[in-house]
Write a protein that binds this ligand. Sequence first.
Ligand code: GLA
Length: 382
Amino acid sequence: MSALLIKEVKKTFIEKFKSQPILIFSPGRINIIGEHTDYNDGFVFPAAIDKGITAAIQKSSSGKSTAIALDLDSTIEFELDTLKPSKRGSWENYVFGVVAEIQNRNKVVGDFNIVFKGNIPEGAGMSSSAALENSVVFGLNELFELELTKEEMISISQKAEHNYVGVNCGIMDQYASMFGKKNHALHLDCRTIEAKPYKIDFKGYQLMLINTNVKHSLSDSAYNDRRSACEGVSKLLGIKALRDASESDLEKVIDKVTPANYQKALFVIQENLRTLKAAKAIENNDLERLGSLIYESHQGLSNQYKVSCDELDFLVNQAKKNKHVLGARMMGGGFGGCTINLIAKSEAKVFTKKVSKAYKDKFNKSCSTYFIKLEEGTHIVR
Ligand code: GLA
């Protein structure tokens, strides 16, 4: 959370709307392992981070609502009773979607003004979208005393993403952003929506993100396609979700699915198991084991699930050449964004320098590195 951002957002709000706002910080997330398992009712291992969205929100008495995205220098005015999705890719869909989903639950929201700004790099795969949705629902819940539980709030955020943004996401991002715990990662069962917190203290090692600074287009449709493929295989197997399948179950329908979808389902089954193994490895302080599971996860995401890209694969291969990096993989939905690396603290600077140069030489553009802190979930800033 950045004090400067809070100041800026608050100041803009007061200048614009002449009233004192409620301030909210809603974090982005990382994910140690368990990718594309959430919408298969499986396990994930995310954590909320110190980067996210800062929002200032208050009731409006002007007969309309206004949202200001400071990063984009963009303002939108709207009326609550005529909400519909804007053009695909518009930032206001995150705000409209949340309001509409609250209304769908027969809760009454009045006019409001909101100003927000983030410090998560766009397209980095750290889930600025969930952070924004959560900040809006959390703020409206406070302002209009909606008495929503946090569980209800994340479900509203997720539905907003499905119905207004057009991405049929799972629950990992919204959960991690809302329920994050300082210095902990959350081993979340996406079926029961219950998580076990794990203290993350890797002694001589740390988690480091490297951003490819690319976001390839079509990632949203590719995401939805993969989700449908998984659901198709589940249906064939007569189960609720791939979480309920084993490799030998899948074997039985091998003739009924395309080889590509077979590999995708296999990946999900294996990734889900890896996530359980990773939790064990952390319990046993076995970082070598954790690292190799992380590398395996990337192999699967790249070769079986096909959601990686040249830039991500390149960064992971650079990591593999360095014995001080125990594990590295692409993080989040894929097709760009960051890799997450488990690296010796003493080596982080040297590796960053080396990998930055190699990346520049290869792609003629820069990558960025971030050291993150694990923080509390969405909350009011006093
Ligand atoms: C995106 C989605 C999540 C999850 C990840 C992949 O971040 O929003 O629900 O599916 O991709 O693990």
